[in-house]
Design a protein around this ligand. Structure first.
Ligand code: ATP
Ligand code: MG
Length: 182
C-alpha cells in the first residue's frame, strides 16, 4: 500500500516529520510531493524545490525512514483545480491513499476515486512553516522547531539571511530571463 502527502515544506519541520511517522504505521511506502515547486525566494516560499527535497531526505535519513519514502517529488502549481489530480498522477508513482487535511484537496482526490485520510496535527501553533519563517526574520529560536538536518542545511545555504533580505522589500521582484539586474 502506497500513500501520498503533499506540502510546500517551507521549511520541513518537526510537525511534518511526526505526521510522516504516523502515516508510515498505516502504509508501506509514502510518496512526499513538494508543492509549489516552481516558487522560491519569496516570503512565503523562500526555499527552492531542490533545497526542500534535500531537507526532507536528510531528515528522514536521520530517523532511518528514507527506505519507506523513496519518492520525494517536486510538483509545480498548475492553477487549474479540475486538472490538479491528473497533474499529480502524471508526476508520481502509483498511490492508493491520499493524506490531506485541506478540504479542496480532499474533494479533488475523492472525485477521482481516491481514498482520502485526514492526518493528525502536532502542536500546530508551534510547528508551522509560517511560525518558523516569522521566527527566522525576528531572530527568534526557530531551530527548535525543525529536525537537526534542516538546521544544518538552512545554515549551509544561508537561508535566514535570504529570508531577511527578501523581507526588506514589501514588493516581490521576479527576475525575468534577459534582466541584467534585479
Ligand atoms: P505554512 O505555514 O507555510 O503553510 P505549514 O506548516 O502549513 O506551512 P505546509 O507545507 O503547508 O506546512 O504543510 C502541508 C501539510 O503538512 C499540511 O496540510 C498538514 O497536513 C501537514 N502539517 C503541517 N504542519 C503540521 C503539524 N504541525 N502537524 C502535522 N501535520 C502538519
Ligand atoms: Mg500550510
Amino acid at each position: 500500500m502506497r500513500g501520498l502527502i503533499i506540502g510546500r515544506y517551507q521549511p520541513f519541520h518537526k510537525g511534518h516529520l511526526e505526521v510522516i511517522k504516523c502515516i508510515l504505521k498505516e502504509v508501506d511506502e509514502l510518496i512526499i510531493g513538494v508543492g509549489s515547486a516552481q516558487i522560491s525566494h519569496t516570503l512565503e516560499n523562500p526555499f527552492t524545490a531542490g533545497e526542500r527535497i534535500t531537507m526532507i531526505f536528510e531528515s528522514l535519513k536521520e530517523e532511518g525512514l528514507e527506505n519507506k519514502c523513496h519518492y520525494i517529488i517536486p510538483i509545480p502549481d498548475i492553477w487549474n483545480n479540475s486538472l490538479w489530480v491528473r497533474h499529480v498522477i502524471a508526476l508520481t508513482p502509483k498511490f492508493n491513499i491520499v493524506y490531506t487535511g485541506n478540504p479542496l484537496s480532499r474533494r479533488l482526490f475523492m472525485e477521482e476515486g481516491f481514498e482520502v485520510r485526514i492526518p493528525p496535527l502536532f502542536d500546530r501553533l508551534k510547528y508551522s512553516g509560517t511560525e518558523i519563517r516569522k521566527r527566522m526574520i525576528k531572530g527568534e529560536n526557530w531551530e527548535e522547531l525543525v529536525p537537526f538536518a534542516v538546521v544544518r542545511i538552512i545554515k549551509e545555504i544561508k537561508g535566514v539571511e535570504r529570508l531577511r533580505d527578501i523581507s526588506k522589500s514589501d514588493k516581490i521582484t521576479y527576475l525575468k530571463s534577459g534582466d541584467t539586474s534585479p
